[in-house]
Unconditional design. Structure first.
Length: 118
């Protein structure tokens, strides 16, 4: 397991962009992002393999969000464009394995709030 620290959340208008970043305390295999909106279960957003070119996206964000990583710095980023009010959630960074399930990851950040106003 590693320690994860997210940054970059905030308030943005619909149609705007935000970039989330997550720094890991050590080397990781897969990294990903999940989110949890009020009253809803946490859901998968995106994941990236250590090879940096194998990625997974949820249907709701594909084409708008881009995940990337810098293995030299042990960081992962999530560029979020064309944000919608329904993207409002706490976004969590995850590290460990690779997949769309929470069970694939064994390290979690504290979360960062993203709020999209209409």
């Amino acid at each position: 397991q590693v320690q994860l620290a997210e940054s970059g959340g905030g308030l943005v208008q619909a149609g705007g962009s935000l970039r989330l970043s997550c720094a890991a305390s050590g080397r990781t295999f897969g990294m990903g992002w999940f989110r949890q909106a009020p009253g809803k279960e946490r859901e998968f957003v995106a994941a990236i393999h250590r090879n940096s070119y194998t990625t997974l996206y949820s249907h709701s964000v594909k084409g708008r969000f881009t995940i990337s990583r810098d293995n030299a710095k042990n960081t992962v980023s999530l560029q979020m464009n064309d944000l919608l009010p329904e993207d409002t959630a706490v976004y969590y960074c995850a590290a460990g394995g690779f997949g769309v399930s929470e069970n694939a990851f064994d390290s979690w950040g504290q979360g960062t709030q993203v709020t999209v106003s209409s």
